[in-house]
Write a protein that binds this ligand. Structure first.
Ligand code: SF4
Length: 615
C-alpha cells in the first residue's frame, strides 16, 4: 500500500504529502523532522566511530599488500557509510524544512531545496552517469552475494572503476556495499559474509563521463517509509535524464548521485508511493517515459524485478542455477547478468534474454513471470558485438566470437589487392580484435600471430579521461614480440578508431620493431558520432574520422594502407536483422535525434563541462 515516506532517504514525497494546515499537524511535522534529523546524525556518528575503530584495528594487523587492499576497501566502505550518514542528515534538514513549510503554509521549500541543490553542486561528483557497465542479480539462493560477486568478476571487462552489491537480509532490509576498485578487492569474503541474504544485485561501473566517485557507484538503495527496502542497478544512458531529473527535483526529490539508476529508482518509488501504482505499473510507466538505454535489476521487498528499455540497446540475459526444462523456471535460483559469460563461473545455464521492453517478476514459490512487455523497434548496440562484449558471450542472439570472425572474413574478402605471401602476418590489437583478426587470417589463408602482448592489469585506454592517461595506458599495455617483425608485412587489425592516438603509437611500435609494411584494418566503420545510449565516445569534433580524410588518417597513423568495415557490410553480416541494430555512431541514424534533446541532456558539450567541473 502506498504510504507516507517517512525516511529521509526518499525525499520523493517530503513536499508532496505534508499536512496542509493546523497546529497539531505542524507540531507533528516538526517532531518527525527532528526525529529524522537525530536519526541521521546518529547514523553519521556511528559511521565515523566505526571508521575510527576499524582504522585502528586494521592498521595493527595489515602488513602485506593484500591486507592493505582489504584495509583500503574496508575504510572505503566505512567512509561511504559515514558519507551516506551525512547525506541522510542533509536530506533530513531538507525534510524538516519541508515539514515546517507544510505546517506553516508558506513556501520555504524552494529555498531549502535550492540550498540543498547548491550544496550538492558543490560536491566533486558533478556528473557520474552510468555508462559502459555491467549488472548482476540472483534470487533466493544461498550465498547470493557471493554468486553476484562471481558474475560481476566475469563481466569485469564492462567496468573496472567501482563496483558494489546489495542484498536483502532476513528481516527484509536491504544492505549495500560499494567501493572503488575491482570486484575481487571490493566484494571480498568479509563483505560477502556481512551482506548475508538469499537475494542480491550488483554492478560494475566504468565512468566515461564525469567524475570517478564512489557515490556514483551502484547499486543505489532507495529508502521507503518502512526502511531501506528497494535497491537498483542499471546499465545504459538515458537521453532525457536531465529533463526528468529536473522535473523530479521540482517535485521535491533529492538525489544522492548523478546516476541514471538512481533516477530510475526514485521515479519508480514516486509513482508507486505518490500515485499508488503497483511496482509493475510504476516500472511500466517509467519504461515508457524514459528514453535511452537501461537494462535494470530492482530488488523490492521480497521480490526481484528485471526490466529493459523498449529498444533493447544493452544486452541482458537470464539464467538458472539448476532448472533444466524449457518452461518458465522457478524464481528461486534465477540469475541475471549483462552477459552470459557471467554464468559459467557460477554453474548457471543461460535461459534467454530479458526481452526489449519486458518486465520480469521473481517471487518465492512462483515461476519467473513476464508481467509486462512493451517493445519498440529493436536497436541493439552493434558495438557490443564488435568490441564491448566478451567473445564467449551470446548477445542479441549472436555468438560474439562468431560475429567477430564474420567481420574479419568480410574484410579479408575485400582485401584481394593485398597479396598473400610467407612474409604476411595477420595480428590483432588484443584482446577485443582477436577474433576479427582470426576470421581475417582464416579467410585470407594467412598466418595469424599474437604479435602484440597485452598486459591485462591495465584497463581499457580509449575511454580514459585525459590524453596523458591514454598515452601512458598504451605504453603500459602493449609490447611487441622480440626479433619477430623484421622483414614482415603486418596486417594489424583493430576493432575501431576513435581518436587514433593509441593506434598511432602501436604502428610506431611495430615499425621500431622492424615491420616492413603495416596495413591497418578496422573491424568497424568510421566512428563519426557520439553514443548517447551507454557508451561515451568522444565529442564529434574529437573523432578522428571527422577531422581528417582517409589519406590523412593513414598518414597520421603512419600506416602503409588503411581500410574500415563499411556500414553497408552490416547487411551481409547480420542477414535479415540489420534493422534490429543501432549503428548510429557510424551513420548518425539516431533513433532519438540529438537535436531534439541537445539542450537538455547529455550532449557532448554537457559532458565536457561536467568533466571539467570534476577537476
Ligand atoms: Fe552502440 Fe554506437 Fe548505437 Fe551507441 S551509437 S548504441 S555505441 S551502435
Amino acid at each position: 500500500m502506498p504510504g507516507f515516506l517517512g525516511s529521509p532517504g526518499d525525499a520523493v514525497t517530503s513536499g508532496l504529502r505534508a499536512p496542509a494546515d493546523g497546529l497539531a499537524p505542524f507540531l507533528g511535522c516538526v517532531a518527525k523532522g527532528l526525529a529524522a534529523l537525530l536519526e541521521a546524525m546518529a547514523d553519521f556518528l556511528a559511521g565515523l566511530l566505526d571508521l575510527l575503530f576499524h582504522l585502528d584495528s586494521v592498521q595493527l594487523r595489515c602488513r602485506d599488500p593484500q591486507s592493505n587492499q582489504q584495509k583500503e576497501n574496508a575504510i572505503h566502505g566505512l567512509m561511504i557509510q559515514a558519507w551516506e550518514g551525512a547525506g541522510l542528515w542533509n536530506e533530513a534538514v531538507f525534510r524538516m524544512g519541508a515539514w515546517f513549510s507544510a505546517g506553516l503554509g508558506i513556501l520555504i521549500v524552494p529555498s531549502v531545496q535550492g540550498a540543498c541543490q547548491g550544496a550538492r553542486r558543490g560536491r566533486r561528483f558533478v556528473s557520474g552517469r552510468s555508462n559502459m557497465c555491467g549488472i548482476a542479480g540472483v534470487f533466493e539462493t544461498e550465498g547470493a552475494v557471493g554468486i553476484v560477486a562471481s558474475i560481476l568478476f566475469a563481466i569485469q571487462h564492462r567496468g573496472q572503476e567501482s563496483c558494489g552489491a546489495a542484498a536483502r537480509d532476513g528481516a527484509g532490509r536491504v544492505l549495500a556495499h560499494k567501493g572503488m576498485g575491482l570486484v575481487k578487492q571490493v566484494l571480498d569474503e568479509e563483505v560477502q559474509g556481512r551482506l548475508s541474504g538469499r537475494t542480491a544485485i550488483g554492478h560494475v561501473r566504468y565512468p566515461t563521463a564525469g567524475c570517478s566517485d564512489v557515490v556514483n557507484a551502484q547499486p543505489h538503495v532507495i529508502e521507503l517509509a518502512e526502511g531501506p527496502l528497494m535497491a537498483i542497478s542499471s546499465n545504459g544512458d538515458l537521453i532525457n535524464y536531465a529533463e526528468v531529473r529536473s522535473r523530479l527535483e521540482q517535485e521535491g526529490v533529492i538525489f544522492k548521485s548523478d546516476n541514471d539508476a538512481e533516477l530510475i529508482g526514485r521515479l519508480i518509488a514516486m509513482y508507486h508511493v505518490r500515485d499508488g501504482l503497483s511496482i509493475e505499473a510504476a516500472i511500466a510507466r517509467v519504461q515508457s517515459e524514459l528514453k535511452g538505454a537501461f537494462s535494470t535489476v530492482l530488488m523490492y521487498r521480497d521480490r526481484l524485478y528485471a526490466f529493459r528499455d523498449p529498444h533493447g540497446f544493452r544486452p541482458f540475459v537470464m539464467g538458472h542455477l539448476s532448472h533444466e526444462g524449457e518452461d518458465e523456471p522457478p524464481s528461486e535460483g534465477t540469475v541475471f547478468s549483462s552477459e552470459c559469460c557471467g554464468f559459467g563461473i557460477t554453474g548457471a545455464r543461460r535461459l534467454r534474454e530479458v526481452l526489449p521492453g519486458e518486465i520480469l517478476r521473481l517471487e518465492k514459490g512462483h515461476p519467473v513471470l513476464s508481467v509486462g512487455h512493451a517493445p519498440l523497434r529493436p536497436r541493439h548496440c552493434v558495438f557490443e558485438l564488435i568490441y564491448f562484449s566478451r567473445p564467449d558471450s551470446t548477445i542479441f542472439g549472436e555468438a560474439v566470437y562468431q560475429a567477430r570472425q564474420r567481420i574479419g572474413a568480410c574484410m579479408a574478402a575485400q582485401d584481394e589487392a593485398l597479396a598473400n605471401g610467407e612474409d604476411l602476418i595477420v595480428m590483432p590489437v588484443p584482446d577485443s580484435s582477436n577474433f576479427i583478426a582470426l576470421g581475417y587470417a582464416k579467410a585470407k589463408r594467412a598466418e595469424f600471430t599474437m604479435g602484440l602482448l597485452r598486459n591485462h592489469y591495465v584497463g581499457r585506454t580509449f575511454i580514459k579521461p585525459t590524453q596523458a592517461s591514454r598515452d601512458e595506458g598504451v605504453k603500459q599495455k602493449f609490447n611487441p614480440l622480440p626479433d619477430f617483425f623484421p622483414g614482415k608485412r603486418v596486417v594489424l587489425i583493430d576493432d575501431s578508431i576513435v581518436r587514433g592516438t593509441s593506434l598511432r603509437k602501436l604502428v610506431r611500435m611495430l615499425r621500431s620493431a622492424g615491420a616492413k609494411e603495416i596495413h591497418v584494418r578496422i573491424g568497424s566503420p568510421k566512428v563519426i558520432g557520439p553514443c548517447y545510449y551507454g557508451i561515451d565516445t568522444p565529442t564529434r569534433e574529437e573523432l578522428i574520422a571527422n577531422r581528417m580524410s582517409e589519406a590523412e588518417i593513414k598518414d597520421y597513423l603512419g600506416a602503409d594502407s588503411l581500410r574500415w568495415l563499411e556500414v553497408s557490410d552490416f547487411e551481409g553480416l547480420l542477414p535479415g536483422r540489420r534493422q534490429d541494430f543501432c549503428t548510429a555512431c557510424f551513420d548518425l541514424d539516431y533513433i532519438y535525434p540529438p537535436e531534439s534533446f541537445a539542450a537538455k541532456t547529455n550532449t557532448p558539450a554537457a559532458r565536457t563541462v561536467s568533466a571539467e567541473a570534476c577537476s
